[in-house]
Design a protein around this ligand. Structure first.
Ligand code: GLY
Length: 367
């Protein structure tokens, strides 16, 4: 079993990665099972696929699950969803020293984490992420939030889980498109900070997307270790280190906004395209070679992810895409920080990017 510590003063925790871990949950999470009834917040699909096995694992240790089901999709991360969940947790008698389990993707993890951050001024929670995206990104690091009419993740808290259990076998039932979208966040770690990992993924990425067990464990463990290092260095995104995780997200956000945050472009697909654009824009500024930018695009395309914005069939110009960026929540005093590349494996936070220049670059890309 891979055990990856996230080291934070007074709030350190482990991320465990192993095939079949869901069947061993009562054992590996025993320290967080204080009572006979275990409150589990679950995405409806995740419960359908993994609920029975989780119940059986808990029953073997004399525990019983109490389920709160969350409808799949971002709409569940709402004030109403939060109210229903916190009311349910209170009705379950959850106390500060208890731990609530979150089974599912980023929606369930973010909603449950935020509910636990505010329930009785903070109770514990255990993440069992069941999408690749949540396993390598949102399930680790303690960002929790809901959405409001003003935008995504604008109301939230930093609240670290007490334990993260990653069972790559839970990905067997994940649709291929979501698997590829999660892979975008895997290759991101290579592009932003680990050339060796990028090269390994350029060779083995298709195995990861095809769920080869060894390739998957290596990809997940390496990604989580990278995230753990970054979170330990900059938990609250104040020094710039954690901001590097936003590589591809500013360009990606503009594309997601232009496609109406719809199924036309999943978040991970937007990030994949965004990383290609960030690499090409870095090349345009003379920071990396055209060959490196092409390598990034090829590695992304090889996994089956979109790598050219022409694939989206957009009816807009670069200015319109750049204007979407003005609503990005990373805007700070009127400027928008961009994550650019000095080389593959060396990203940095650039604060000198003019949106006019980005708009004319995007015009070229849209040709
Ligand atoms: N998903 C970006 C972060 O955790 O900071």
């Amino acid at each position: 079993m891979a055990v990856i510590p996230v080291q934070l003063a007074g709030r350190s925790y482990n991320v465990l990665v192993e095939h079949g871990l869901r069947d061993d949950v009562a054992n590996v999470a025993s320290a967080f099972l204080r009572k006979d009834i275990v409150p589990i917040v679950a995405d409806a699909n995740a419960k359908a696929h993994h609920g029975e096995r989780l119940e059986a694992a808990l029953a073997a240790a004399g525990r019983k699950a109490a389920w709160f089901e969350v409808a799949s999709g971002e709409a569940s991360k709402s004030w109403q969803g939060l109210q229903e969940l916190t009311d349910w947790l209170l009705a379950q008698g959850v106390e500060r020293g208890d731990h609530v389990f979150a089974l599912g993707g980023g929606v369930v993890g973010d909603l449950t984490g935020f509910a636990c951050a505010i329930l009785k001024r903070g109770c514990g929670f255990v993440q069992i992420p069941t999408t690749l995206l949540a396993q390598v990104d949102s399930g680790v690091g303690g960002k929790t939030a809901i959405n409001t009419a003003a935008g995504k993740n604008l109301i939230g808290a930093f609240h670290q889980p007490a334990l993260v259990l990653i069972d790559p076998a839970t990905l067997d039932t994940l649709p291929d498109r979501e698997m590829r979208a999660g892979y975008a966040e895997v290759i991101k770690y290579g592009i932003l900070g680990d050339r060796e990992f990028f090269d390994w993924l350029a060779e083995n990425g298709q195995k990861v997307v095809a769920r080869d067990p060894d390739a998957l464990v290596h990809a997940i463990s390496t990604s989580v270790a990278a995230k753990a290092r970054i979170v330990a260095e900059d938990e609250r995104e104040t020094s710039g280190a954690r901001a590097l995780l936003n590589l591809g997200h500013t360009f990606g956000h503009a594309l997601e906004a232009e496609t109406g945050f719809s199924d036309k472009l999943l978040h991970g697909e937007g990030v994949a395209l965004g990383m290609v654009l960030a690499a090409r824009y870095s090349a345009r500024r003379g920071l990396v070679s055209d060959e490196d930018a092409a390598l990034v695009a090829r590695a992304i395309a090889a996994s089956g992810l979109p790598s050219e914005i022409s694939q989206l069939g957009l009816d807009c110009d670069g200015r319109k895409l750049a204007d979407h960026m003005l609503h990005d929540k990373k805007m700070e005093s009127g400027t928008l920080p961009f994550i650019l590349l000095r080389s593959i494996g060396a990203a940095y936070l650039a604060k000198d990017v003019a949106l006019d220049d980005v708009a004319s670059f995007l015009d070229e890309q849209l040709q």
